[in-house]
Design a protein around this ligand. Sequence first.
Ligand SMILES: O=P(O)(O)OC[C@H]1O[C@H](O)[C@H](O)[C@@H](O)[C@@H]1O
Length: 544
Amino acid sequence: MADQTNAQSFSNAIWPELKAHSDGLQTPLKELFAQDPNRVEHFSMSAGSLYLDYSKNHLDAKALELLATQAKQSGLEDAIKALIGGEHVNNTENRPALHTALRCPAISPADKTAVVAATQAQMREFVDKLSSGQWHGYNGKPITDVVNIGIGGSDLGPRMVVTALSQFQQSAVKVHFVANIDGADLSDALAGLHADTTLFVVASKSFSTLETRENALAARAWSLSHGCPESDLGKHYVAVSSNVPAAMEFGIDEANIFPMWDWVGGRYSLWSAIGLPIAIALGMDNFDALLAGAANMDEHFASAPIEQNMPATLALIAFWYSATRGYQSQAILPYAQRMSRLPAYLQQLDMESLGKSVDRNGKPLTCDSGLVLWGTEGTNGQHSFHQLLHQGTRSVLVDFIASGKPMSPLDSHHSYLLANCIGQSQALLAGKSLAQAKQELLDAGKPEAEADQIAPHKVIPGNRPSNTLIIEQLDPTNLGALIALYEHKVYCLGVLWGLNPFDQWGVELGKQLGSAVYPALTGNECPAEWDGSTRNLVEKLRLK
Ligand SMILES: O=P(O)(O)OC[C@H]1O[C@H](O)[C@H](O)[C@@H](O)[C@@H]1O
């Protein structure tokens, strides 16, 4: 729908009351805090080692109650059971979405957890061999470098986790990532690597993705041209895929193919063998800790009532701002340098899942769906886009994420980091009035006329919402819980908006058209029926 009127509608009986309550709830955040000295206690919650302060939102007790009713009337409680129980929640592809079975056997179907355990054992054996130097390349030297070739869900999660947990690196083997079809990605990664000590993980659920196929073929050619005999390629190539025949056809030994299954969505797959680069870099025990953290969140999600359920609460807050106040975008601001890849990871998780225009039955949505998600690591964003957060005309829903313990020996840096994180949410809430702005200018010795002229430019409206998530420290367990929190939040939003968050057919058309453009770009004539712009671009960019 997404028209300018924001006339969103839901069929739930409670919806009119919820919308009316939101419209009527215009009390500024500052006043909400003044009215209730214990507001933070009432609008915060813990799940394991994660703490969520959502008090800086335009919510009161009644709003929470109405939102919980909206969730229940949308069938969220049953939907959570359906997800975890392995029902075909991915209705358009007629299959379950059982990422929880990859990490939480306690609440998952036994047939799934059995194959997961077998694959994890295969991963452990492989990782142990690699890290102990017992996996040898073609000339008998141990492997020193692993290049993961994959894209989307076969890249973003492992890359994000390996970056976030670099402090937990266990192995001397260095992990690299190549995703883009831009040859610069592969050639930059290969520069400085040696074919005899480099192993490639070809990671592709479908084993049919253009970028991964072409990069894997080019890597193979590089191995061969740098001395690897064809008969020894098996020592340098392993694969992760649900399409084992295609991986074998590429030339990978069956024993070196790590399976995944169609019931694991690509963007939910870092917990599967797609997480192999994580296990290689951090060791299998740390990978297990990541899974255990996610399992803690799964158990919380499965058992906590909606009112105390952290993923549901985050989803309901996003629902509130989107459905009743027309918010369009959400910023993810991790105040932790090593979590710099989190926004990119969450972009796929959230926007590929929720960027839909029809409901589960194919009927046009009567509400807006996925918000535009973006962000970067704090404090860097403060010197860039925070201007818009504080003074722009659009309100953005912000998640601040902070880690209690420093990840470096520079303790004072950590205090500065946290001070900035807290200061930013405080500034969004408090703002600065015209009178305050003018007084500041006068105090700085500006003449009255100049103060009057400049003060409006310094006004900060404030009254802008944010969540703050605190993890005790950035370690495998807590990161696992944090990622699972966002996965489940996305699922809840899918339920609240009535859409299927597990397909992504919107990405196909551009790929299909790209395949048709390729022959034109490399020599053939453009078909006459193509639009003028497309034909012009092909002519301009055709390789001379
Ligand atoms: O793992 P693959 O099958 O190679 O897929 C890689 C990616 O490609 C697609 O374009 C999908 O949009 C993603 O969801 C997926 O993660």
